[in-house]
Design a protein around this ligand. Structure first.
Ligand SMILES: NC(=O)c1ccc[n+]([C@@H]2O[C@H](COP(=O)([O-])OP(=O)(O)OC[C@H]3O[C@@H](n4cnc5c(N)ncnc54)[C@H](O)[C@@H]3O)[C@@H](O)[C@H]2O)c1
Length: 327
């Protein structure tokens, strides 16, 4: 049983925040919310039709074989950037749902190349700092420079805090937090020497709130925000910005899988459509789970000239949900 319990009699604002969390999804399903997956409003718009403001630039994106990482790569490539896709592209046996495959990575490379840019696909683990450093060096050697670093790779785990073993704790902290630290460590010498660069880290709405259903995941995502701020402070004088993105519910295989769907509600497995109906209850805009493209576009903005003076900031991609919170 992993459903969040209500906490009546406490601050209603805190209650509002709690309701927003993914952990309340099963309760919202019970309330009978109905909607379909909203079509992606950006569909097609990021496929090379914008100004090519990133021509001659290059980007390194982790967890880029599919989902949000791929969408970030596609938004940057659509603006002309050459891309390094870095992904485990194989199963980590302790992760209880399927990660991207070698075919996903190969397909992603083909799709990025079809946008008219160069693309290098590297099978690697973010827990390996040396592998990340080598991949970034390759970007510099083949593309001439490294401008954008998107630290996106991550896994999730669902369940009450006390359910997680020592090995499970290490696994998610090693990937979601230490993996991002290693991305920054690998990028720092390059970006410092260039005296320019943009780093975007993928946190989550659960990096802004607590989450009884995703407590360890949430803690790693809070950690990513702390790292974002420290990185922005450490690298600011080298003209490097660092910001974090916090999406709510994005339709990827992170949450649309049997492991998650069978643990959201007590005693029964949800369909993804039921989960999506619950997601609608979290948002003010008329959407449930939304497309990863929306996150990709936000990442591209944080790499653009328009965001040059934004650093150390944290951006929610919440489909309007922040409107419920105090300023
Ligand atoms: N989907 C959501 O609703 C959502 C919301 C907020 C934040 N996020 C975050 O966005 C990021 C991307 O998630 P997604 O939804 O696209 O999930 P996803 O599972 O579709 O993609 C994650 C990618 O990371 C790769 N990966 C996992 N472990 C790796 C490792 N050790 N080394 C290299 N690559 C690895 C996977 O193979 C996969 O391609 C994650 O950090 C996730 O926590 C997702």
């Amino acid at each position: 049983m992993t459903t969040e319990k209500s906490n009546k009699g406490e601050n209603p604002l805190d209650e509002g925040r709690r309701k927003f969390m993914v952990g309340t999804a099963a309760a919202a399903v019970g309330a009978g919310l109905t909607t379909g997956i909203i079509p992606n409003a950006f569909a097609g718009s990021h496929k090379g039709t914008q100004d090519k403001e990133f021509v001659g630039r290059s980007a390194f994106v982790t967890g880029a074989a599919r989902g949000i990482g791929y969408a970030c790569a596609e938004s940057l490539a659509g603006r002309g950037a050459n891309i390094v896709l870095f992904d485990i592209a194989g199963q980590i046996k302790e992760v209880p749902y399927p990660l991207a495959t070698a075919k996903d990575l190969a397909d992603a490379k083909k799709k990025i190349e079809s946008l008219g840019v160069k693309c290098i696909a590297i099978k690697g683990d973010v827990r390996d700092g040396n592998a990340q450093a080598a991949a970034m060096k390759r970007a510099v050697s083949e593309f001439g420079r490294l401008d954008f670093v998107v630290a996106n790779a991550g896994i999730t785990q669902i369940g009450p805090m006390e359910a997680f073993s020592e090995a499970e704790l290490s696994l998610i902290i090693d990937i979601n937090l230490k993996g991002v630290i290693k991305t920054v460590q690998a990028a720092t010498p390059i970006l410092k020497s260039q005296k320019a660069g943009r780093i975007v880290m993928m946190s989550s709405v659960t990096g802004r709130t607590g989450s009884p259903n995703f407590p360890i995941y949430s803690a790693t995502k809070w950690g990513v925000i702390g790292l974002t701020k420290s990185t922005a402070m450490a690298l600011g004088k080298f003209n490097v910005t660092c910001n974090a993105l916090c999406p709510t519910l994005v339709h990827t295989k992170l949450l649309d899988n049997d492991y998650i769907l069978s643990r959201l509600a007590p005693g029964r497995k949800l369909t993804f459509e039921q989960f999506n109906q619950a997601a609608k209850g979290r948002h003010i805009l008329p959407v449930g789970f939304f497309g990863a493209e929306h996150v990709g576009e936000a990442a591209a903005y944080l790499c653009s000239e328009g965001s040059a003076m934004i650093s150390g900031d944290v951006f929610d991609i919440g489909a309007g949900a922040n409107a419920q919170f105090p300023a």
